[in-house]
Design a protein around this ligand. Structure first.
Ligand code: ZN
Length: 511
């Protein structure tokens, strides 16, 4: 063996030995992934990330006609997701189209002083401020807070810090491709599954348990791809989210900007919401809530956009709907305790299973109310009420699984009409079928004020043509032979039955 050959042999032997002894560990893979993105220092210098020009789809909006129907994806357009890592703020701005429904939504988690505050901007409605739990979202993520905790930069950095040196990586398949798989922890200590691309070394996907408003604790998968260079940092431009093994959202962004000073403006509290933001910052929990009297023994509890009807009985109250968010229901309970200090809420009836109208039901059950559910809605309502909610823990989970478990409200399923009567008051629940909006929709009828509550089929006090859902509602009320004077809206306000009849016609066709 010549000197040269001998040298080559030794070099190869050393290389081979190295390759064996340094089979990648969880930590080395996570560190490689950070390096592939530009290195720890570069990633730590990111204060804000603005992902712009997003287009894609969103599921799990829960707008199916029947509770057991497959869901059609909503279309997301003009998506701008901004995360402010330095200050713990985030913003989801998007246009959403789901069938004939179109809405521009913008949910912002910002701060007033040190206190986190939510700002919600929906279409042309007045802008509101809430505590962070009062935000509702149909964006890429379920809330701006998710974007803050689940973005690729935050996850890559916490993976590199937490992944063990002693843990050898495994080979694991994801969507038909093999990856190096290892585990780590999120910043707040949740278990993290990590998929690394063996060629590019980038973080390809991560798995973590998300606590979803409606779905509860679910295994979530974030698949990040289309890495492109942005100011010397390599960042994913395509985010796909799957929850409980099903598609959740899929958004392709056209550009990502790092430390764009213009984002400051997005987190500024709009003048029109300043007073309310002050309220939200001062309270431990806040979202808009106002109770007004509709008629004898009947009240309208108006949140931001989704409302409740209150029916007063001699000893207790029955409600219809606990919509939108847990925060809204907590505010509703507070307002009820002020106005009816001696009357507990015995029942909360559910109008229909659409996610935006059931987000507060767990809080209502936590407060001890029996949740009245029509059989057709049970496939969504039972899992909603039975799920664990641990990250963060919600009030129902705390009371059920806390140190000393407390008695909470249960679910009561009924089929067909259900009438609750006591002391001269009666509250009728009438499921109607065949509506183009949802099947069934339960109408709530309070006899003392001849008031009828429903959301989504008709919005009082409008007299504008309401379309097929309003026409079907008018036919259903007639068939049920209900004597209605007042229409109480799950959206909007309160109106007369006469005005409803004017609206219960299809819009004039243009041809
Ligand atoms: Zn609906």
């Amino acid at each position: 063996m010549s000197f040269r050959n001998r040298f080559t042999f030794i070099t190869l032997a050393v290389l081979a030995l190295n390759a064996c002894s340094s089979a990648p560990t969880a930590r080395s893979l996570a560190q490689d992934a950070v390096r592939a993105m530009g290195g720890t220092e570069k990633l730590q210098s990111i204060k804000t990330l603005s992902m712009k020009g997003g287009t894609g789809t969103r599921l799990r909006m829960g707008q199916m006609v029947k509770a057991t129907d497959e869901e059609n994806p909503g279309q997301l357009k003009n998506v701008v997701d901004i995360v402010d890592l330095a200050n713990g703020r985030a913003s989801l701005d998007y246009d959403l189209q789901n069938g004939g429904f179109m809405q521009h939504r913008h949910e912002i988690l910002t701060k007033r002083g040190d206190k986190p505050v939510g700002i919600e901007i929906v279409g042309t409605r007045p802008i509101i401020a809430t505590s962070p739990g009062g935000l509702f979202s149909w964006g890429t993520q379920n809330s701006p807070d998710f974007l803050l905790r689940r973005n690729a930069v935050t996850i890559a950095l916490s993976a590199a810090e937490s992944a063990a040196d002693s843990q050898p990586a495994q080979d694991k398949e994801l969507n038909g491709k093999m990856y190096k798989f290892a585990t780590g922890k999120t910043k707040d200590g949740q278990d993290l599954g990590l998929y690394f691309d063996p060629q590019s070394k980038t973080l390809a996907a991560y798995e973590v348990v998300d606590t979803e408003t409606i779905l509860g604790d679910v295994p979530a998968q974030y698949i990040v791809s289309d890495y492109k260079a942005v100011d010397g940092i390599t960042l994913p431009h395509h985010i796909t989210v799957r929850k409980a093994g099903k598609d959740y959202s899929d958004v392709q962004f056209s550009s990502v900007a790092v430390n764009d000073p213009a984002v400051e403006q997005v987190f500024a509290i709009p003048e029109s919401a300043a007073a309310e933001a002050e309220k939200a910052a001062a309270a431990d929990e806040y979202s808009p809530m106002k109770i007004t009297k509709v008629g004898n023994g009947v009240y309208h509890a108006q949140g931001y956009s989704h409302h409740t009807m209150i029916v007063e009985f001699p000893q207790w109250l029955a409600l219809m709907d606990a919509p939108y968010t847990e925060t809204q229901t907590k505010m509703l309970w507070r307002a009820i305790q002020e106005q009816f200090p001696a009357k507990p809420v015995k029942y909360v009836a559910v109008s229909h299973h659409h996610y935006d109208h059931i987000g507060g039901l767990r809080a209502a059950a936590a407060m001890g109310a029996t949740i009245l559910v029509e059989k057709g809605h049970e496939p969504i309502l039972r899992p909603l009420l039975e799920a664990r909610h641990t990250h963060p823990q919600d009030e129902l989970d705390r009371r059920r699984n806390g140190q000393s478990a407390q008695t909470v409200g249960t679910l009561e399923v009924y089929e067909g009409n259900k009438i609750i009567s006591e002391g001269g008051q009666s509250f009728g629940l009438y499921p109607i079928t065949g509506s183009p909006h949802v099947d069934p929709m339960v109408l709530g009828y309070a006899s003392s004020a001849r008031a009828l509550f429903q959301p989504d089929l008709y919005t009082p006090p409008s007299t504008m043509p309401g379309g097929p859902a309003a026409v079907h509602l008018a036919q259903s009320i007639k068939k049920l032979n209900l004597k209605v004077d007042t229409m109480v809206g799950g959206h909007g306000g309160v109106g007369t039955y006469a005005d409803f009849l004017k609206a219960a016609v299809a819009p004039a066709s243009s041809n």
